[in-house]
Design a protein around this ligand. Structure first.
Ligand SMILES: [Zn+2]
Length: 294
């Protein structure tokens, strides 16, 4: 039984879809009302939102590691914020968390379409995702395992995931992606209502997902500066296969650098925020996951 769900936006202050969806729902809370659970909305990083920047000191969406949350000496803006949010929505790992399900709203400059990024392995999380895929066949699912521990915002609750939509520039609202994200949230609330009610959801027994394998960094010089761009033939081709010999990067001197590895799917291609994280795209394999039948 899900008692409540939190919809969070503005974890990255320059990703406006989530910011303005949360503002919309705070003005019109009836849109989120369902019969058998409560929905909370929250703008997570208000200072970053005001400044229209990703973060103030560091990435809030990597600030929910258990060790960091328990360290009193961490006093950056986002470290303090993570502890406050964890008191309000967590606590992470607790037997009696304040919130059962968190969905964190993001956008990306990569051509990811409508996608879910999941790190949480709970049965309920996967059933929710299976329901959303049934209602929205264009939805794609990426299981992220690029960090040692899941330290995303949604990791504060026992169930949850992030929604990523793109391509949209930072600091920009796009109506089509706004409407798609909004519709996905209403499907999620319907799912929770039906699940709580014990309805037969007629979910597929398996789901095809993209399973994170590795990160691909830009070619760099000895100073660490990039010396090539994502190749124009790879740009925007998120969730498509790359094979050995396919163009991957174009150097500043117009030389094509080819992909050398095994066939993989490329995701988050040329995401603006990942230049500083040191990757140009991620590589994933297709995988089938089992959906638990109730
Ligand atoms: Zn984001």
């Amino acid at each position: 039984m899900i008692r409540n769900i939190a919809i969070t936006g503005g974890t990255h202050g320059n990703e406006l879809t989530g910011v303005y969806l949360v503002k919309k729902w705070q003005n019109e809370p009836d849109l989120l009302k369902r019969s058998n659970f409560e929905t909370i909305t929250k703008l997570t990083n208000e200072r970053a939102i005001k400044e229209v920047r990703r973060y103030v000191d560091h990435d809030l969406n990597r600030s929910f590691g258990l060790a960091d949350l328990s360290k009193d000496t961490l006093d950056t803006h986002e470290a303090k914020l993570a502890k406050t949010l964890n008191d309000e929505l967590g606590k992470k790992g607790s037997d009696d968390p304040k919130v059962d399900f968190i969905v964190d709203l993001h956008t990306t400059t990569a051509n990811m379409g409508l996608s879910i990024v999941v790190s949480n392995a709970s049965t309920m999380t996967w059933r929710a995702i299976a329901y959303l895929c049934k209602m929205e066949p264009l939805l794609k699912v990426y299981r992220w395992q690029g960090d040692v521990e899941n330290s995303f915002v949604d990791s504060m609750a026992p169930h949850g995931f992030a929604i990523e939509v793109g391509a949209v520039p930072q600091g920009v609202l796009r109506a089509d992606l706004f409407v798609q994200t909004e519709a996905l949230i209403y499907h999620l609330l319907d799912y929770v209502e039906k699940e709580n009610h014990g309805d037969d959801l007629e979910l597929a027994s398996t789901l095809e997902i993209y399973d994170h394998e590795t990160l691909v960094d830009y070619p760099r010089n000895e100073e660490g500066d990039i010396v090539a761009m994502v190749h124009q033939e790879r740009q925007d081709r998120d969730f498509t296969l790359i094979k050995k010999g396919d163009p991957l990067f174009l150097t500043l001197g117009n030389k094509t650098l080819a992909y050398e590895g095994e066939p993989r799917y490329t995701l988050f291609i040329n995401e603006a925020a990942y230049y500083e994280k040191g990757f140009a795209m991620t590589l994933a394999k297709k995988k089938t996951v089992e959906i638990a039948i109730k």
